[in-house]
Each structure stands twice: as C-alpha cells, then as structure tokens.
Design a binder for this molecule. Structure first.
Ligand code: NAD
Ligand code: GLY
Length: 378
C-alpha cells in the first residue's frame, strides 16, 4: 500500500499523519503492529462518529479494529455543527462510562471536524486525558481540523470557546472516503486549502491556480489531490511544530476565521458552513489588506479568483447587521487586550498579524462584501 507520512514534531511528543488510499481497512493492523506505540491491542477503543459517516465507513473501520484484537464500542452523535456542544460531549462521557474506558483505552474519531473536535475534547478530559486517533472523513478535517490538537465545542455565544489542546496519537487520512463527501463540503475543505496557499505555500497556490477545475472532487486528478493533501498537512505541521499552543505564529492558521467565525455564529451554525464562512472571511481580510496597502492588488485579485473558481462565496449575507458583527468580533478568542487581532495577507504565501484594523475599515469592507455578486451553490 502506498503511504505518505507527514510528521508532527512537538517539544513533548511526535505523531504521524498517514495519507493512504484504502487505509481505513488497515488501521487495526497498523495500530496492533505497534506503529503507534502506546496503542497496541488488546485494549478498549471507543469509536465516535455520526450516523451519516458511520453507516458508510463504520463497518470497515470496526472490522479492521476488531480483527486486530481491539475491544471496540461505538458512540454516535447527531450530525451537524449545531450539535458541537457540551451536551454531545456528555453523550461521549456516558458511552465511556458504559463501556468502562480506562486510562489505557482510546477514542477514535471517525468523521468531519465536528466529530474530531468533540472526540478530542472528550479524550482530553475523560479521566484527565486518554489517547485518541483521528480518522478524518471530510476534506476540511483531513487538511486542518484533525491535525494540531485543538479540540473543543461551541458556546451559544461563540464558536469553539470551550476547548483544550490535546494531540492525537495518529491521524489517518484515507482519500477514498472523499468520494461520498457532498460537493458543498468538498468546497468547504478547499477553503482551508486555499488558506494554506495564501498564508504559507505559494507553490500550492500556483498549483491550484493552474488546475483546470477545482470545484468538485471528481474534477481533481489523483496527483493534484495528493498534492493538496500532502502540502496542506505539511503546512499545518510546519506551523504547529513551531508554535503548538498559539503563542504567536500559529495564529496565522486563523486566516479568514475572524470575520468567518462571526458569520458562522450569526447565521446559527447551519445556514453557512465553516469553510464557506472562512472563504467569506478570507475575502474580507483580502479587502482589508488592500485598503491598508498591505498587499498588491494583483495578489488580492488572484485570491478572489481562486475562491470563486472553487465556487465558494466571496459575498456575505445581506441581512447581517454590521454593528452586531463588530460586537461579536470582540468576543472572539483572537481578541488581545481588547483589540481584535486580524490575520492579513502580505503576499501570496505570506501573512501578517495585526491589531491595527479600525472599526471603520471593517464597516466599509462588510458593506462592500454585501454588495459583491453572490456565488451559486450546487
Ligand atoms: P462536519 O464535521 O460537520 O462535516 C461536514 C458534513 O459532511 C457532515 O454532515 C458530515 O457528516 C459529512 N461527512 C463527513 N465526511 C463524509 C464523507 N466522507 N462522506 C459523506 N459525508 C461526510 O464539518 P467539517 O467541515 O468537516 O468540520 C468543521 C468543523 O471543524 C467546525 O466545527 C470547525 O470549527 C472545526 N475545525 C477545527 C479545527 C481544529 O484545528 N480543531 C480546524 C478547522 C475546523
Ligand atoms: N485551525 C486553526 C488552528 O489549528 O490553529
């Protein structure tokens, strides 16, 4: 089997992101062969998923784990960002209690970023921390959410306000599962891929620009998909390895997320998905950077063109109240000493962090983005 491994190297620990087509059937074998040293069989594994993903991929994963000698139980949570709550985490704790998970047991997250974030948080807190494995099934979770150890849930007042840093022992990416990912979710993942192109990897950005089509999984060649996965995971690995707990550099991974989170929250976490909100947030950051003369108009236009080529939105909903958005920005985790910190592009491949964006510029850009032509979904 062809495997590409991207390593995350942190001061206290290291782990691998394995990218392998068909890898889902081999997880048990790899774990039991000691490829992830603390997780050899026999031990209890709690697989956390949602019904959408579990009915397609659950049986293969469970079979692989039980064949390898693990004692496997499952916990299914309702599907959707609106269920990324403490209540859902309580359901995981209940399952952990029912199946008597111990310190040497582990959780396995099978699903998109919502499942991964909640499973990671439950693993971080159950018995003060047990190991977990990420098996991301959405593009967004593969290239971003499953790597780097940010785990958590939303508070009604804001996204991801409750959480913990807890690194997985292994991330297993099986690109074949993308075949069943809805096209809208595929595009959402592409928003994070474009993000890496802007903040870190101009070669990745150029590869995306030269692809004939980017707006659906079927349109990507095998080699482009491989490049997208490996370079995105490598970008995240590079950043997280340098700054695990977001003391500085890691904040650039929040590019597009400042205004994006506000939009997601104000639209009830259901009308607009995370990636779409990030696409809107990147468009906003691009306009802000242009107004502040931080990057060239040409780069700004290339960013907008790439977002639109992916069929992601660059316009924001017309019914958003600018003042409410501004107020919400103040509750974002990225506020430092009362000032909102923005990640802004300096060039394709380079970002900068600033708290010098005035409310007036934000208002102007929100108005401008409401007037932009909306992108079609579908
Ligand atoms: P998601 O988990 O809601 O998944 C999107 C949808 O796709 C869901 O309905 C899911 O059931 C379905 N799905 C997933 N894989 C599938 C597959 N292979 N086939 C068919 N359907 C499939 O959303 P997401 O976009 O994966 O993740 C978004 C979440 O990730 C947000 O909560 C965001 O805050 C979080 N996130 C976390 C980090 C981090 O560093 N921890 C980074 C980025 C995003
Ligand atoms: N997605 C932002 C981060 O991992 O830091």
């Amino acid at each position: 089997m062809n495997k590409t491994v991207v390593s995350i190297s942190l001061p206290q620990l290291a782990y691998d992101v394995i990218i392998a087509a068909g890898g889902l059937s081999f997880l048990g074998q790899w774990l039991s062969a000691g490829e992830v040293p603390p997780l050899t069989a026999p031990r209890k594994l709690l697989v956390v998923s949602n019904p959408t993903v579990f009915q397609i991929y659950g049986p293969t994963l469970i079979e692989s784990l039980t064949q390898a000698g693990f004692e496997v139980s499952t916990c299914l949570l309702p599907d959707g960002e609106q269920y990324k709550t403490l209540e859902s985490v309580q359901t995981i704790y209940d399952a952990a209690l029912q199946h008597r998970l111990e310190r040497r047991s582990a959780m396995v997250a099978l699903g998109g970023g919502v499942i991964g974030d909640m499973t990671g948080f439950a693993a971080a807190t159950w018995l003060r921390g047990i190991p977990f494995v990420q098996v991301p099934t959405s593009l967004l979770a593969m290239v971003d959410a499953s790597i780097g150890g940010k785990t958590g849930v939303n508070h009604p007042q804001g996204k991801n306000l409750i959480g913990a840093f807890h690194q997985p022992k292994l991330v297993l990416i099986d690109p074949q599962v993308l075949e069943t990912l809805p096209v809208r979710e595929f595009r959402a993942g592409m928003a994070e891929v474009i993000k890496y192109g802007i903040i870190w990897d101009q070669e990745l950005f150029a590869a995306l620009e030269s692809a004939p089509q980017l707006d659906r999984y079927e349109a990507l060649s095998e080699s482009l998909l491989h490049k997208i996965l490996t370079r995105s995971c490598q970008a995240k690995a590079d950043v997280v390895s340098q700054d695990e707990k977001e003391a500085g550099l890691r904040a650039i991974l929040n590019y597009g997320h400042t205004i994006g989170h506000a939009i997601e929250s104000l639209t009830g976490y259901s009308r607009i998905n995370h990636g779409e909100a990030v696409a809107m947030g990147m468009a906003a950051a691009g306009w802000i950077a242009e107004k502040m003369d931080l990057w060239k108009a040409d780069h700004h236009h290339r960013q907008l063109a790439l977002i639109q080529k992916t069929n992601l939105p660059t316009a924001i909903p017309g019914d958003l109240d600018d003042e409410v958005v501004l107020r919400l920005l103040q509750t974002d985790k990225k506020v430092k000493s009362g000032r909102v910190r923005f990640i802004l592009p300096a060039a394709i491949g380079r970002a900068t962090i600033t708290d010098q964006v005035s409310s007036e510029i934000i208002r102007q850009v929100l108005q401008q983005l409401k007037a932009s032509p909306a992108q079609v979904q579908g």
